[in-house]
Write a protein that binds this ligand. Sequence first.
Ligand code: GLA
Length: 387
Amino acid sequence: MDSVQLDRINKAFEDHFGVLPRVTSFAPGRVNLIGGHTDYNDGFVLPGAIDKGVFVAFGLAQNQSVAVAIDTEHQPFTFDLAQELTSANEHWHRFVIGAVQVLRSKGHDIVPFNLVFGGNLPQGGGVSSSAALENSLVVGINALFNLGLSKKDMIFIAQQIEHDFVGVKCGIMDQYASMFGESGKVIHLDCRSLDARSISLPLKGYQLMLFNTKVKHQLSDAAYNDRRNACQTVAQMAGVKSLRDLSMSALDGMKQQIGQDKYEKAKYIVEEIQRTGEAVKAIDQGDLKTFGRLMFEAHEGLRSSYQVSCAELDFFIDLAQTDSDVIGARMMGGGFGGCTINIVKAEAVQRVAKEFSERYFQQFGIQCDIQKVILSDGAQLVKTSPE
Ligand code: GLA
């Protein structure tokens, strides 16, 4: 965790409210190596928390609550505890209002409070800045008011904020990884049972890297919800709880009935759940090359069948496939922009970063952002000042 960021948030709180915060929380973003869009189909994923995230500093307020977002031009937001969302609310207000409303709806007693938040996670970069903010808010409010929530309670509350207030019907992967991540490890998570195993990657001589396209195409949230609906419809028509329970032969048998488009999407999910199992087997056998090949296959499915990629993401993947120092890569997160995750030979990292960013700039006129991934611990409470 970044102590410079922590000091920055605490200082901003003190500057704004004239007292030190009582509680400061941190929740990280995440990467996901394989298992794209499988979480809301009760499938398996392989995410890990990263070393960047969202800090929120909290203190009690007298009358009205105030929220301050320090990394934006936005005005402080004064809110009422019973506040409902209106069209006048800015996007980031949804998280704050959502956190208060979801907790109150569960019977938790909350009195006015102030908060300041900020961090070092790129927004819209496919590294779960939303889940990091949700988790950080819930972890902090839980501590501020001694609500006694477990980590598991908190991830479902965070997910409900995303569903009901942000409007994306996400799965549980992002909130889980941001809460339960472990330094140096990824988590093999069963999104149905929440059974999980932390795994060290056999990276020997390789490095995980993020290539951020710096684009996020419009309608990505609507497209995400569409995909989720399509999956649910196929599962219902097949008479199963979710696509995890559907075999490829049963799906093939429904092709006429569901039509080509839904068939392609469901096929990707059934294959990806299977592929994630194979990928974890490869890691357990120390076979990073096979793991990387499966990442490329996963991307192909996301591009051609599930159709959540875009030209900018595909550009990086196509380049990666022709570079022998990149042994695996795929787009990450909901899609339509954000990052690709790559396994790159350690000694080639600088050359790859330089070449890829130059080629990307030539093609799109956009300066991309390339960073190493540092797998890190999940959400935590970082400071509680005395009364
Ligand atoms: C977004 C969602 C997750 C998951 C990924 C795709 O990050 O929030 O729940 O569905 O997309 O794997």
